[in-house]
Each structure stands twice: as C-alpha cells, then as structure tokens.
Design a protein around this ligand. Structure first.
Ligand SMILES: *Cc1c(COP(=O)(O)O)cnc(C)c1O
Length: 399
C-alpha cells in the first residue's frame, strides 16, 4: 500500500508528510478495547494509542464530559481561570503525594498539552530553581523523554540525536540501573536527574529495586532535583497511581500526560511546593495548556479511574495477562509492571508477529526485533484478555 492509499485519500499526491511511514490501517470507531476500521473489521486494542486510552475508547463518562464542555466553553487562555483546573490539580497532588489535604509534602501543578512539553517545562523549572551554573541534567541511556530539541537531548538514544545535531547543551547520560555510573556523571553543574520509573519506549525495562533508592540518596546528598517522567507509567498503568510508588521514594518533580485525558491531549507537571515557587509569572506559558475542554476530559478521566480503582485493576489483570503471556510459544520471559508488559522472544520475529496479529485483529507493538509490548485498557475484560492471548499465541506458533 502506498503512503497516500494508507492515509485513505486514494490517488494523487499525498498531502501528509511521510514522517510516520505508511500506516497499515485507518480506524473509524472505537468502544472499550475494540476498534473498527473503515471496512468494518474489528480489532482488539492492546496498545491503546501508546498507553493513552487507559479507560478504553470512547469511554461514556469522558465522552459526555467532553461533549458537554465543547458546547459550553472550549478555550479562554491562561489569562483567565476555569472551573476544572483547581480540582484536577488537587486530585493529581493527592494521587502523587498519596495524601489528600494540605501538608508539607504537597506541591503544585502546571498544565501542558503533551508529554514532551511537560518534560520541557520540568527542565526549565529545574534550571530556574537551581540557578545559573547548575543547568546540567543527567538521564539514562535507552530512555525516552520526547521529541522537542531539549527532550530529545535528554532522551538517551544517541541514534535519534544524529540527524538533529547540534542539540541544546547540558545533557548527559548514564547506564540505566547503574547508580555508580550516575554518581560518576555528577559534578557541581548538575541540577537534576531525569528518569522514567520503568523505561517504556526504550524496551519496557524495569528498574532494579536498589536503583531508585540509590538515585534518591545521591540527589539528597548533593541538592539535585529528581524529576520523574511518568508520562507513560503514570495514572495506574503500572499498578500504582505513579510508577515511583513501587520504590518507596519521593520525587521533586513529576510529569504526566498520556493517560490523563483518555485520548484528549493534556499533560501536567507537578512539583514540590518550594520547587514550584521558582516559576514566577511570565517564566513559562502555553496558549492551549489547561484549557476547559482538555481539562474536562482530565477531570472525568481521573474521576472514573478513582471510582474503578484503576491501579488495582492494572495489578490484577496485569498478573493474569503476564501469566498467560509466559505460557505462549517462543516466549522466553515477560517483563514490566501492571499492564505495561513486554515479552522477550527466543528469536527475532517481533515485527512479523506484530504484523500477523494485526492481520488477525489484535493490535500490539513490536519493540525492536525480539520484544512485543502490550498495554491494553486498565479495565480490559478477561474475555478480551483470553481472546488476545489466543491470537498472539497463534501468531507466535506460526512465526
Ligand atoms: C510518550 C512519552 C513522552 C513524550 O510524550 P509526547 O506526548 O509524545 O510528547 C515522554 N516521556 C515518556 C516516558 C513517554 O512515554
């Protein structure tokens, strides 16, 4: 299929940049874990738009909140307040700190529109807080923090840097799970360490139990801020509200985005109150950020997630899914947390298995040559889990 055909536009020059390659399917409709393409074929979505649609497609409560807000008020800019910002910020603060109400651990929230923008804002906040001369950020190899120039520089994948050099300076990388290497990368110019709680795009790589405790004490000893990129792990996906809550540590800054609006673009940066205070009026901004339409989606998403106890669902369904995956042909091991899982295969067939699954009506994601990532809705039914395991199992047997 040509790029133009894939985009659903028939012949003639394609009006879209080929940045994403030729998409294999054009979807028209979704409900819960199911999607339908333009020919009416049904698929099970075990990727959820890259860990975004955590409550399933077209969730009725989120859809109703968006529809109502769209006909009430969509946008006013940050020159004015809106009714959703404070409640959403308060909920995020309670979920991040693990306690509602005021107290010394509480922080404040700044809304953004995407994961990269949330990380970009976090990087600027860390610079402002630490002051000139302490601008360097250390992150991990194989990390993913976004595609803007600064978040690309923070992303620990040198091959992604190459076409865009020179990147902004002030970024260093150390080996994931290696506290000694992080310690060796520190000097007085380092103001922050930026880490995912579990590396998502880089291969679903879990942290060792000691890693985050070691990083936290390095940061404490040297006055370095610990920024946790929870853009993919946050909001229940890993079986806790936030990934760092698996490790018993407290972050200084947290970014979140993907699942926050269940598909509406909305992101947030949370920071400890004294760090948050470094941003003064005019330091940072975004025209769209925090607008009523996106925040209505976030508010409804958080309400439903709390009502259904999304982290508990991710834990229980994640355990069942991991068990099922571990029994499939060609699967050497299963890694990940909650409902952010990857299988390691005994041979490099991930891409062809991913394509075979799609042909058979299951969306999963090949990560490199030997891994497949699964990230279904947190409220996926056990019937859909069984159906997905059967499709994936057959594709693996036939690979
Ligand atoms: C997806 C992702 C980002 C980038 O988010 P965008 O919304 O695509 O800009 C940043 N960090 C992590 C961990 C991600 O998974």
């Amino acid at each position: 299929m040509t790029h133009s055909e894939a985009m659903g536009d028939g012949d003639g020059p394609c009006p879209l940049m080929a940045n994403y390659g030729a998409p294999p399917v054009l979807f028209e409709r979704g409900q819960g874990t199911e999607l339908w393409d333009r020919d009416g074929r049904r698929y099970l979505d075990f990727l959820t738009g890259l860990a975004v649609v955590s409550l399933g497609h077209s969730h009725p409560v989120v859809a109703a909140a968006v529809a109502e807000q769209a006909s009430k008020l969509q946008h006013t800019s940050n020159l004015f307040a809106n009714e959703h910002q404070a409640p959403v910020a308060r909920t995020l603060d309670a979920l991040i700190t693990g306690t509602p109400g005021p107290g010394p651990r509480h922080g404040q929230v700044l809304f953004q529109n995407s994961g990269a923008e949330a990380n970009e804002a976090a990087l600027k906040l860390a610079r402002k807080y630490q002051g000139r001369g302490r601008h360097v950020v250390v992150s991990a190899f194989r990390s993913f923090h976004g595609r803007t120039l600064a978040t690309l520089a923070a992303t620990g994948q040198p091959e992604k840097h190459e076409p865009f050099q020179p990147l902004p300076e002030g970024f260093r990388h150390a080996t994931w799970n290696d506290v000694d290497e992080f310690a060796a990368a520190l000097d007085p110019t380092v103001g922050a360490i930026l880490l995912e709680p579990l590396q998502g795009e880089g291969g679903v790589n879990p942290a060792s139990p000691e890693f985050f405790a070691g990083i936290r004490s390095l940061c404490d000893d040297r006055g370095i801020l610990l920024i946790l990129d929870e853009v993919q792990c946050g909001l229940g996906r890993t079986g806790e509200w936030f990934g760092f809550q698996h490790f018993g540590i407290e972050p200084d800054i947290v970014t979140t985005a993907k699942a926050l609006g269940n598909g509406m673009p909305v992101a947030a940066v949370w920071a400890r109150a004294d760090v948050a205070a470094a941003f003064k009026p005019g330091d940072h901004g975004s025209t769209f950020a925090g607008q009523p339409l996106a925040l209505a989606a976030a508010r409804a998403t958080l309400e439903v997630m709390q009502e259904i106890d999304a982290p508990a669902l991710a834990r229980s369904t994640g355990a069942a899914l991991a068990d099922g995956l571990s029994t499939l042909a060609r699967v050497n091991s299963v890694r990940g947390l909650g409902l952010l899982l990857a299988v390691e295969l005994d041979r490099p067939v991930a891409k062809s298995v991913g394509a075979a699954c799609l042909d058979a009506g299951l969306i999963v994601n090949a990560l490199g040559d030997t891994s497949i990532r699964v990230a279904p809705p947190l409220n996926v039914s056990s019937a859909h889990v069984a159906e997905a395991l059967a499709i994936l199992g057959t594709a693996l047997e036939e690979s």
